[in-house]
Design a protein around this ligand. Structure first.
Ligand SMILES: [Fe+2]
Length: 136
């Protein structure tokens, strides 16, 4: 299975670039920042704003910094929120791993157990139905 972790995803151009892709030759992208680099730099910037705020006593400056912190956090959260490609890729890797493990390790054990799988299936089907209805 190909490893397509979030660290491989590069956002081209602006931070809001939506065309996430895996670079074929990472050296040719040396000047581009990876998504992780961008987010880490932004975390650092916000952390610095917080310490600057804590060290400031002038009310005017504090107010200015507070507004800057709120704006930076809002923008940061929105960028993370809009990284659909990265989120789906991470979830996909996670789910594939879960499916493989469950089907190859857990299911054979369940089949060999004394569990009544038809009865369990009926209860499970009802539970699926109830939870799905509850989500709509
Ligand atoms: Fe973050």
């Amino acid at each position: 299975m190909a490893k397509a972790g979030i660290h491989r995803i590069r956002l081209k151009g602006t931070a809001m670039g939506t065309t996430a892709k895996t670079p074929s030759a990472s050296k040719s992208h040396a000047k581009e920042k990876s998504a992780i680099d961008l987010l880490k730099a932004d975390h650092k910037k916000v952390t610095e704003l917080f310490s600057e705020y804590e060290q400031t006593h002038a009310m005017g400056k504090k107010k200015e910094l507070a507004a800057e912190i709120c704006s930076a956090l809002t923008v940061h959260a929105q960028v993370e929120e809009e990284m659909y490609d990265a989120k789906v890729k991470v979830l996909s890797e996670y789910v594939k791993h879960h499916v493989k493990e469950e089907e190859s390790e857990m299911f054979p054990k369940i089949k060999q157990s004394s569990l009544d799988l038809v009865e369990l299936g009926a209860r499970m089907a009802e539970r699926f139905e109830n939870l799905r209805v509850a989500r709509h």
